[in-house]
Ligand binder design. Structure first.
Ligand code: FAD
Length: 322
């Protein structure tokens, strides 16, 4: 199932969900049960991450394949291209075809490699090389999406870091769209104004139609929230920091509940601020369900999903990490 086909048929706001492949068999079993429960949230699509360099290739393909075959939802597999043998990429794409995975998020991965490294690998220096490769070799067999960074991509090339600059990245994002990418998923962010500025630039210079799925990570603990933002080079606006005074930072339940309200505000601001052009919100789940279920249930933009569901008892279990 192409995720664009499903997305295009939906008028109402919806969500999409990212999962990563667990390390153990029991972790996988728990996650599949969780995905089954989260299906009540009627995701427009589900994505499965790929370890850079192919480190999780087998587990990623296995999990993506099981989801594609067990649930009535389009599956998008992430695929990185640097430090990857071309055979590994072809192998992954062939298996996706067999398993009914029709959507690929084409990524560069980290770290990038230099041109003088072996031929097979240097075929892919940037994500655009993978977009072109998939389009040339597989035609419309796959619906290909790409990543974007509302605050600019943070690069370390040749040991020197390059300042984040969303305007510089825009040119390269346009190249990926011109090469055939049909959707964009963004890096996580907490500053809705920065996302809105990015969306406006994208609409003015690249496309009015290509869907952008804003990447949102629920706040499950104060430490993890700060760490995820730092690793993703996402800024946290002062008004959000002010909601977590020192005396509550260690209280995970309190932090989660404040985090739910923050995410609800961000979603509503984006939906209204884009006049409904942004209508599918992509959650970095970290394989957890509780906060997302609460956000969807309580968000004015998304709560219709639960209200309209035949099975609106979410029965969300505890959120332990496997
Ligand atoms: P690119 O589009 O290639 O861009 C990388 C940098 O190079 C940017 O600064 C860009 O401006 C610049 N650039 C692009 N083209 C050119 C050019 N022709 N000349 C000069 N500069 C250029 N990583 C994983 O390992 N596994 C995952 O599953 C994964 N999932 C992700 C999901 C999302 C939604 C996002 C946003 C990121 C994900 N990543 C993942 C991280 C990603 O691999 C890194 O951020 C990586 O550094 C950049 O990938 P990209 O596809 O955006 O690269």
């Amino acid at each position: 199932m192409s995720l664009i086909d499903v997305y295009s048929q939906r008028d109402e706001p919806s969500i999409s969900l990212e999962f990563f492949p667990p390390k153990t068999a029991s972790g996988k079993e728990n996650l599949l049960e969780r995905i089954g429960r989260m299906n009540v949230l009627d995701p427009t699509f589900v994505t499965v991450t790929w370890g850079a360099g192919g480190t999780t290739a087998e587990k990623t393909i296995d999990l993506a394949g099981i989801i594609a075959q067990s649930f009535d939802v389009p599956v998008c597999m992430h695929l990185t291209c640097t430090n990857m043998e071309i055979e590994t990429i072809d192998n992954a794409l062939e298996q996706c075809k067999e398993l009914g995975i029709r959507n690929i998020l084409a990524l560069r991965g980290d770290p990038s490699i230099r041109d003088d490294e072996n031929d097979s690998m240097s075929k892919f220096k940037y994500a655009i090389d993978l977009v072109r490769y998939i389009k040339e070799k597989y035609g419309d067999e796959f619906c290909v999406g790409v990543a974007a960074y509302p605050e600019g991509h943070y690069s370390t090339e040749d040991d020197s870091s390059i300042e984040q600059d969303p305007i510089r990245d825009l040119h390269f994002l346009k190249e990926k769209i011109d090469a055939g990418a049909e959707f964009v998923i963004t890096q996580l962010f907490y500053d809705a104004d920065k996302f809105l500025a990015f969306e406006k630039m994208f609409r003015e210079t690249i496309s009015m139609d290509v869907p952008i799925f804003p990447g949102l990570m629920p706040i499950n603990s104060y430490l993890l929230f700060n760490r995820a933002a730092r690793l993703s080079h996402a800024s946290i606006p002062q008004y959000i920091m002010d909601k977590f005074p020192p005396e509550i930072q260690a209280d995970d339940n309190m932090v989660k509940s404040i985090g739910v309200n923050i995410l609800i505000e961000i979603i509503d601001k984006i939906y209204k601020g884009t006049n409904g052009r942004i209508k599918c919100f992509h959650f970095y789940t970290l394989n957890l369900e509780k906060s997302i279920a609460e956000i969807v249930s309580e968000s004015p933009t998304l709560s219709h999903i639960v209200e309209e569901s035949d099975d609106n008892d979410l029965s969300i279990s505890s959120d332990e990490i496997d």
